[in-house]
Design a protein around this ligand. Structure first.
Ligand SMILES: Nc1ncnc2c1ncn2[C@@H]1O[C@H](COP(=O)(O)OP(=O)(O)OP(=O)(O)O)[C@@H](O)[C@H]1O
Length: 254
């Protein structure tokens, strides 16, 4: 069997007296979409912060494509291609959509490049075709010259995911990509994730939209109170009485 893209073993995190993660283990298989679901406060975002290197766990270890990354900070993990998107979009406000995308592509080629260097060294021509391709695939062509503040929420979210993809990730951690989107925008983004990312880059997906989770995922892990309640195929999770009782029955849209 192929080695996991990410292998988390016994991750434990405490916030004072709160045990946010209690020996959580989870494996992300190469090329798969693995959803992490559970009620508010289950520990999903804390686990993603441990993976991205923003939070040091009190116990446990993380192996990425066979390499132990426990000692690496967030920047070094990002440079290895462990790429996180956030619940709130993080874009460069003074740059246009095209420049934001270009920055991700350029940064992928030159990992040490700072923002100031980028403004001195805009290699528009070399990446023009690639930028156009991203604009097209993420339905942003007519917004290329617009600044992020003038974009709709759906446009901003698509741009952020396009930028994550343009940076050449080996693994994507998508933290509630559909949060706050209209039904139409959410459906469009699910289709884009399916056609442009799924099967190519392994994704750990945190999402409360159960239709999207069950549509996109190859595997689902359910967390409750900082522990793993169940992990398996979407069909197994849907059929689990324990999961129904603890979580899914609470979800209006399921
Ligand atoms: N910085 C912090 N300080 C103290 N407690 C925290 C902190 N961050 C998270 N917690 C607590 O840790 C637990 C797990 O929170 P976490 O945000 O990881 O859950 P979640 O599953 O991502 O929830 P949501 O779906 O609402 O985003 C909760 O009890 C939360 O209150």
């Amino acid at each position: 069997m192929n080695q996991p893209a990410l292998d988390m073993r016994d991750i434990t995190v405490r916030f004072g007296g709160i045990l946010a993660l209690n020996q959580v283990s989870l494996s992300l298989r190469p090329g798969s979409v693995h959803a992490l679901i559970g009620p508010n406060g289950a520990g999903k975002t804390t686990l993603v912060s441990v993976l991205s290197g923003e939070r040091r766990p009190d116990g446990g270890s993380v192996v990425m494509n066979g390499r132990n990354i426990d000692g690496l900070n967030a920047l070094r993990r990002a440079r290895l291609g462990l790429t996180r998107t956030y619940q709130l979009t993080a874009l460069f406000p003074r740059m246009t959509v095209r420049e934001n995308l270009l920055l991700s592509l350029v940064a992928c080629d030159r990992p040490g490049l700072g923002i100031a260097d980028f403004f001195r060294w805009r290699d528009f021509d070399r990446h023009a075709t690639e930028v156009d391709d991203f604009l097209e695939r993420f339905a942003l062509r007519d917004k290329a010259a617009v600044h992020p503040a003038l974009l709709s929420h759906g446009d901003r979210r698509r741009l952020e995911i396009a930028m994550a993809l343009a940076s050449g990730p080996k693994i994507l951690l998508l933290d509630e990509p559909l949060a706050g989107l209209s039904l139409a925008d959410a459906e469009a983004l699910v289709k884009m994730i399916e056609t442009t990312i799924k099967g190519r880059i392994p994704i750990l997906l945190i999402e409360h939209d159960m239709d999207a989770v069950f549509y996109l995922s190859d595997e689902i892990t359910v967390m409750v109170n900082g522990t793993v309640l169940a992990s398996g195929s979407p069909a197994m999770i849907k059929a689990s009485a324990e999961v129904q009782a603890a979580y899914l029955s609470e979800e209006d849209d399921f």
